[in-house]
Ligand binder design. Structure first.
Ligand code: FAD
Length: 256
């Protein structure tokens, strides 16, 4: 309870534990449970591994793990069980891949059926868009859709929530994701898309009463993110989202 209160007080903090738990869930329960991975699924998975290797906040052990997984994708088709074996080895206590137990921290719901993985998946992809923008700041030829395309492909081909996947694909078309033309715009596109989902789900039965769906960020967390007429100040929103999801601000449990 004390930890829960402390995490709530910390505000919009991103924890390494939530990012790793989301990644582990995604790989174990959505990717490796697919019997045969081929065609579009395989292309998407290769691209997913590609952005994870570039931007996921792993140490050396984690990088080696992602490289080993990526090497298994050179075959076609790939058996999910082959990937499951690599993941199982990575989860052995002495493998130095994961820095934390597979548990939710800021994504923990007030009951086991609430929050968790969908929360972690949002955070993972916000993190990846922001870190792609940070790392490629001087590369004017960087692909602004690199991470969003991967998210779209992942959600379409692997995300277990069918309705969420359909909604997300519809939104990507309606909100013209493919017209995103800079890395900063990709950060803002995902922020906007997530807020649209938050609005739709506000008051829904899936909402955790302890974590009501709000338009992010709350006024008290970022007063300058809203103009006087309550419209968004996109320059400040971008600054805030980049700050929250920046690699240097990711916290390890215990850090204050
Ligand atoms: P989440 O909405 O999961 O947010 C997680 C955290 O992200 C928040 O705690 C906050 O710190 C941060 N955050 C919130 N908004 C923003 C923002 N705009 N920008 C940056 N950071 C933000 N559920 C459905 O019932 N129907 C759907 O159609 C549906 N579609 C989904 C589509 C996708 C791609 C994903 C990943 C999830 C979808 N979900 C859907 C699940 C839903 O969006 C929530 O993830 C889930 O209800 C858990 O909510 P949460 O309270 O943990 O907060």
């Amino acid at each position: 309870q004390a930890l829960k209160e402390r995490i709530k007080r910390m505000g919009d903090v991103v924890f390494q534990m939530d990012l790793e738990t989301a990644l582990r869930y995604s790989l174990k329960h959505e990717v490796a449970t697919t019997k045969l991975i081929t065609g579009e699924k395989l292309r998407v998975l290769r691209a997913y591994l590609g952005v994870l290797r570039k931007y996921f906040p792993f140490g050396r052990g984690g990088q080696l793990f992602l490289t080993e997984l990526a090497m298994k994708l050179s075959e076609d088709p790939v058996q999910g069980s082959t990937l499951a074996e690599v993941i199982q080895r990575a989860e052995q206590e002495d493998s130095l891949v994961f820095s934390s137990p597979q548990q939710w921290l800021a994504c923990r719901g007030s009951s086991p059926t609430l929050r968790g993985y969908p929360c972690g998946l949002w955070k993972l992809f916000h993190y990846l868009t922001v870190n792609s923008a940070e790392q490629n700041i001087n590369d004017h030829h960087a692909n602004p859709l690199e991470v969003l395309d991967v998210m779209h492909g992942y959600v379409k081909n692997f995300f277990g929530c069918y309705d969420c996947s359909q909604h997300f694909q519809d939104m990507a078309a309606r909100r013209e994701m493919r017209n995103v033309s800079s890395l900063d715009s990709s950060v803002l596109w995902l922020w906007m898309a997530h807020n649209e989902v938050n609005k739709r789900l506000s008051g829904d039965q899936t909402e955790d009463p302890e974590f009501p769906k709000v338009q992010f960020p709350l006024k008290e967390r970022c007063p300058v993110c809203r103009n006087g007429d309550n419209t968004w100040n996109l320059v400040e929103v971008l600054r805030y989202v980049k700050h929250v999801y920046s690699s240097i601000n990711v916290r390890y449990i215990g850090a204050d």
